[in-house]
Design a protein around this ligand. Sequence first.
Ligand code: 5GP
Length: 146
Amino acid sequence: MAYRSDNVFAKILRGELPAHRVYEDEHTLAFMDIMPQVEGHTLVIPKYPAVDLLDLPTEDLSKTIQVTQRVARAVKHAFSADGIMLAQLSGAAAGQTVFHVHFHILPRADGIDLRLHARDPAEPEVLAEHARRIREALIGPNDPER
Ligand code: 5GP
């Protein structure tokens, strides 16, 4: 499948659609999933225009996974999570719905199940508050790269 620059994450990258951003650098962007499966559900994307994991150059993959680890630490801290689940869906058959490669960061806690994938939008004020908590954790003492 060819990359299409009208996908929603490409629009977020270009600033054409809003997003609750938590981290950005030259190569990557992290923001809140608009239909979170759990509180704190965050997405990390490379700026490189790849459809899925399989066509992402290894250098961009390397930068993206490093940022994913860093943001995941912040998410774990911000939501006092017991664990972190990463998800990466490549291809419609695997459940991918947005065709710009991304990693899902899902904070997990005992007894809290995941909601259905890409189903129920969260309130913007709630996402804004969650993004604020993660940004705060990213500059806090738990972030070794601060
Ligand atoms: P996929 O199914 O491709 O692995 O995941 C796409 C994710 O993007 C879903 O979890 C869905 O909730 C999220 N999503 C879809 N549209 C938007 C949007 O416009 N903004 C944000 N922030 N997330 C979106």
